[in-house]
Write a protein that binds this ligand. Structure first.
Ligand SMILES: Cc1cc2nc3c(=O)[nH]c(=O)nc-3n(C[C@H](O)[C@H](O)[C@H](O)COP(=O)(O)OP(=O)(O)OC[C@H]3O[C@@H](n4cnc5c(N)ncnc54)[C@H](O)[C@@H]3O)c2cc1C
Length: 408
């Protein structure tokens, strides 16, 4: 290990989402000086839910925020996947069963309001004087020199850094600099999201305390409680049908009405709450090698954006932050090497999330014979079988073991 630090200047982080804030916290806790730049005029989150598997809990512990995150979380007792038309159960995961607890070291599966997660991260960063968070600053470019990196803002301001971490999300500009040909892969699906106070819900939506996902031909609707069960988080994901260019087309409303007339009552009730004019286009990225260029690296969605089939994008970002900080701490004189090791440590796991998410996405939204085959495959498996399929992803790993291959 080189002992001469290349980290005398701050590390610049571009983006104040889950990835950027987790990285700022992880680096700050290692004593590194951090300058984070967020383009929005507030470092915050869009106010909807996020689920996180048990694999994230040791990472939260390592970041010193386990208690605060768990305190703000709802712990769903189960995950159910159901056929939206017939209500037939396709998958059941009991998340508080003795088998689950034994398998995943007693660590919970959790659901948290994104705003609450951001607040915990912001509060923890605020305790570290070496972490500096700046909003209303868009980083559009960088240049590298022998002393490090200069980040350049949209106004032409220059920030001298020892390294630059691009945590600028799915539509990352900085990934475009490293890989000009690489663009987000649009899925053709859009998501609508809402949060509804429990008191306003019809009975049909009050009976299931866990994560419930109703799946059909080209759509799914998923819901789960948040904030001590005071609100229900609902997400509707729909493939834009042929002939519909935009969700503001009347044809889109008509299409959703047709779906609603075909599905089971809880799925219909959940869809009734949606504001169809507000939507997010869903895209992911191809897994690629080459996350870093000298003292610049991608992380989080900018490195490995995924479809949300496993609900793991934010979890992968948090895992990234812990691994990245550990490597930069271990190799302060060899940042380029640390960034290469970061990709080496993280590539296979994140690529597997990306690619298996695509195939699960097909399972969730198929029709006709493919849907019949999917139903046969899913219903012949027990909860235990599904847990086995998730072990590679959910099994909690203590951060030092994640890096065991690097030990002398
Ligand atoms: C519908 C939906 C449901 C999801 N559900 C889950 C779930 O249940 N569980 C889960 O783990 N994941 C989930 N995800 C995925 C998760 O939201 C993302 O993987 C995660 O938020 C990625 O974090 P990030 O910080 O990498 O990117 P982002 O959250 O996109 O943050 C990037 C930040 O960078 C800023 N930025 C961008 N460009 C610049 C620039 N040039 N200069 C300065 N700032 C810049 C942006 O304003 C933004 O704040 C879901 C995603 C979607 C779409």
């Amino acid at each position: 290990m080189s002992t001469t630090s290349q980290l005398s200047k701050p590390v610049v982080i571009v983006g104040g989402g889950v990835a950027g804030l987790s990285a700022a916290l992880a680096l700050g806790r290692k004593g590194l000086s951090v300058q984070l730049f967020e383009q929005a005029d507030q470092i915050g989150a869009i106010g909807y839910g996020v689920q996180m598997g048990p694999n994230v809990v040791p990472m939260l512990r390592s970041l010193g925020i386990e208690e605060d995150v768990l305190g703000a979380s709802y712990l769903p007792p189960e995950i159910d996947l159901l056929d939206a038309y017939t209500g037939q159960p396709l998958l059941h995961l009991p998340l508080t069963s003795p088998k689950y607890l034994e398998r995943y070291q007693g660590l919970p599966y959790l659901a948290i309001h994104r705003v609450d997660l951001h607040e915990v991260l912001l509060k923890a960063c605020a305790k570290l004087p070496q972490v500096n968070l700046n909003q209303s600053t868009t980083v559009v470019d960088y240049v590298q020199n022998k002393d490090g990196v200069v980040a350049i803002s949209a106004e032409g301001k220059e920030f001298s850094a020892s390294a630059l971490i691009a945590a600028d999300g799915l539509r990352s500009k900085l990934r475009g600099k490293l890989h000009p040909e690489d663009v987000p892969k649009e899925s053709g699906y859009v998501a609508h999201r809402c949060l509804i106070p429990m008191a306003q819900l019809p009975e049909a939506l009050k009976t299931r305390p866990g994560v419930s996902m109703w799946t059909g031909d080209g759509f799914h609707v998923i819901y789960y409680p948040l904030r001590q069960s005071s609100v229900l988080n609902i997400v509707l994901v729909v493939k834009l049908p042929t002939g519909v260019q935009h969700v503001s087309d009347q044809a889109y409303d008509d299409y959703i009405e047709r779906i609603k007339s075909q599905v089971a009552l809880p799925a219909k009730c959940a869809m009734d709450f949606m504001d169809l004019k507000r939507r997010w286009a869903i895209a992911d990225r191809e897994p690629i090698r080459g996350w870093s260029d000298q003292r610049v690296t991608l992380m989080g969605d900018s490195a490995h954006a995924t479809l949300q089939s496993f609900a793991q994008g934010a979890c992968m970002a948090i895992e990234d932050s812990v691994v990245l900080a550990e490597l930069m701490h271990r190799f302060p004189g060899e940042i380029e090497h640390a960034f290469k090791l970061f990709e080496k440590q993280r590539f296979l796991r994140t690529a597997r999330v990306q690619l298996q998410s695509r195939s699960l996405w097909e399972d969730f939204h198929c029709n006709g014979h493919a849907a019949s085959v999917r139903t046969a495959r899913f219903t012949e498996q027990s909860s235990e079988d599904f847990f086995k399929c998730l072990d590679w992803l959910w099994t909690p790993i203590e951060p030092p073991s994640m890096l065991s291959a690097l030990s002398p």
